[in-house]
Ligand binder design. Structure first.
Ligand SMILES: [Zn+2]
Length: 129
């Protein structure tokens, strides 16, 4: 299988950006559902509007409830934010290890990927990721 390692086109970047935003919205939806299952009904209305960590902080929920829910999702949200930041700064699609382009096939599966496949495999063997 040939892997295309090349700069992304503007159109592709736009598509990945959309994908990342959708994924982020999906995660927040899961967070809201999860929160609702843990808190009393008086908070449910407030939780409907929660879209980022700051919103969460403004709702006076028990900290351990919020942290518990966020913990599992936090890494994904961070990876997505990082990918969006990289799009804004024209860095998106480049491996942060070797600076070569990450093949688009990989980005389609994991649009927040920061390593190309060879680097990822090498780092995994070293236990670094
Ligand atoms: Zn690499």
């Amino acid at each position: 299988m040939t892997k295309s390692r090349r700069p992304l086109t503007k159109k592709e970047i736009g598509e990945f950006r959309k994908l990342l935003l959708e994924k982020r919205e999906e995660i927040w939806k899961e967070i809201r559902t999860e929160l609702k299952s843990r808190v009393s009904e008086e908070y449910h209305g407030l939780i409907n509007d929660v879209n980022d960590e700051q919103d969460l902080a403004q709702i006076d929920l028990q900290e351990e409830v919020v942290l518990g829910v966020l913990e599992t999702r936090k890494k994904e949200l961070e990876a997505i934010s990082q990918a969006l930041w990289r799009i804004e700064h024209g860095e998106y699609g480049r491996c942060i290890e070797c600076e070569d382009w990450i093949c688009t096939e990989r980005l389609k599966v994991r649009p927040w990927a920061v390593y190309c496949i060879p680097c990822k495999e090498r780092l995994e063997k070293l236990g670094k990721v």
